[in-house]
Ligand binder design. Structure first.
Ligand code: ZN
Length: 430
């Protein structure tokens, strides 16, 4: 039994063209009123600024000339085969170029202190030894001194260098950063590299690295009930830098939305098949598919949103085979390419919490943050979304067809009406 009220369709178009939606998993009420769908979706931006020679690799603290402005690095991928190097010491950070790198967030949402003080968490010997070895090197010591001073200035709390080092290497809120801030050879600062600018291969490496990191963080923090995985793109979507990155945050509860879905699942183990996939087929909202994943125009979101579902029998991202992860990555990449560089987005990963009593599929929601809920929404709890799911699907199918001809999306993607009925058959509960 989904959240759509009994007897009410989750998606209806009224005679005047107004589209009313009810989120099948959330109950969120959304209206799209006619005549607003063709407004431009790209964010208004300051005049592009010309870049000086060499400036493109040092635009922000995530850029490759500034490795020492972020915390000690947990892992990086290097070279044409994306080989993984772990715990590169400060003195060797500039010996290779990281295609992607992972390190602790300097300003954590859930801090190392939270786990220590509230859960009595003590770092394992291997992490204590890493912090000690990092400090033993002059370059490492200088790096930690600098970061500890930045943190102390922000928080007002002073730690010993040893404590600071341990917190900086042993946190459970990580950032994964892509190499490029702007495209190679960029002339202006608005030639940004979004997920859709990566090649399908680069995006797949980024995705698989994120799935492995999720597993690593969950194992490293035994008190975590969940690891939230998300990507905020551009300032209106919550990003601090216009430099592509994902975040992974361990938390000690999985939050009310997962609780709610588990309650719905208790009544129907095939909830996602019935409430999402079957609805998408019935309403004509299947956007694209490949042999391992399917993308829908989502119903009942506050913002225009695509939903990409894995069609694997596996539930957790890191339990998917490399080919299955690649399938999900290819569709998410294609939808980022459709979205364009200058549209603020949130990419959210949803998956089964450890110990969940019912199977849940891995799914990715990609939201276009092109409107700002305001007083009307506050008063009514009815959200006005400027693009309804049918229009979102129409745009995406047209763009994917063009992008495929231009060779900008992965091979093996069926678009729109090319999708087959079995493409919308989820197997997470088989
Ligand atoms: Zn940057």
């Amino acid at each position: 039994m989904s959240d759509a009220a009994p007897g009410k369709s989750p998606l209806t178009r009224l005679p005047d063209g107004t589209v009313k939606q009810i989120g099948p998993l959330t109950g969120t009420r959304v209206w799209t009123v006619p005549g607003r769908a063709h407004r431009p979706i790209e964010m208004m931006r300051d005049e592009p600024r010309a870049l000086a020679r060499g400036e493109e690799t040092g635009l922000c603290a995530f850029c490759e000339d500034r490795y020492l402005e972020t915390t000690p690095e947990k892992a990086r991928l290097v070279g044409a085969d994306y080989a993984e190097l772990q715990r590169v010491p400060a003195s060797r950070l500039f010996e290779t170029t990281a295609e992607f790198r992972r390190f602790g967030n300097l300003f954590e949402i859930v801090s190392a202190e939270y786990w220590r003080e509230n859960h009595g968490f003590r770092q394992p010997g291997s992490v204590v030894a890493w912090a000690r070895d990092y400090l033993a090197e002059p370059a490492g010591r200088e790096h930690i001194e600098h970061l500890a001073a930045v943190r102390a200035a922000a928080s007002g709390a002073v730690q010993s260098l040893e404590e600071a080092a341990l917190d900086l290497v042993g946190g459970s809120h990580d950032v994964i950063v892509a190499r490029r801030h702007v495209v190679d050879g960029a002339k202006t600062d608005d030639e940004l590299v979004s997920s859709g600018v990566l090649t399908p291969r680069e995006h797949a490496e980024y995705f698989a690295f994120t799935a492995r990191s999720l597993d690593d963080i969950a194992r490293s923090q035994p008190h975590a009930a969940y690891v939230a995985v998300f990507q905020n793109w551009l300032l209106p979507a919550g990003a601090s830098f216009e430099h592509l990155h994902k975040q992974l945050v361990a938390i000690d509860e999985h939050g009310p939305q997962v609780d709610h879905e588990l309650r719905l699942l208790a009544g129907d183990h095939e909830l996602y098949q019935h409430a999402i996939a079957d609805l998408a087929v019935e309403k004509g909202l299947v956007v694209a598919a490949n042999d391992g994943a399917v993308a829908f125009a989502g119903v009942g979101h506050r913002y225009p949103a695509f939903e990409v579902y894995s069609r694997s029998r596996a539930n957790l991202p890191h339990e998917h085979s490399p080919a299955e992860i690649r399938a999900v990555s290819d569709l998410v990449h294609a939808l980022h390419t459709v979205t364009g560089v200058h549209v603020p987005t949130n990419e959210e990963w949803h998956y089964s919490p450890p110990g969940a009593p019912w199977p849940m599929p891995w799914r990715i929601v990609l939201k276009w943050r092109i409107s700002n809920p305001a007083g009307f929404e506050g008063v009514t709890k009815v959200y006005v979304n400027t693009i309804d799911p049918w229009e979102l699907r129409r745009r995406a199918v047209a763009d994917l067809t063009r992008l495929r001809l231009e060779g900008r999306i992965a091979e093996g993607i069926r678009v729109g009406d090319e999708c087959r009925p079995e493409d919308a058959r989820l197997r997470y509960a088989d």
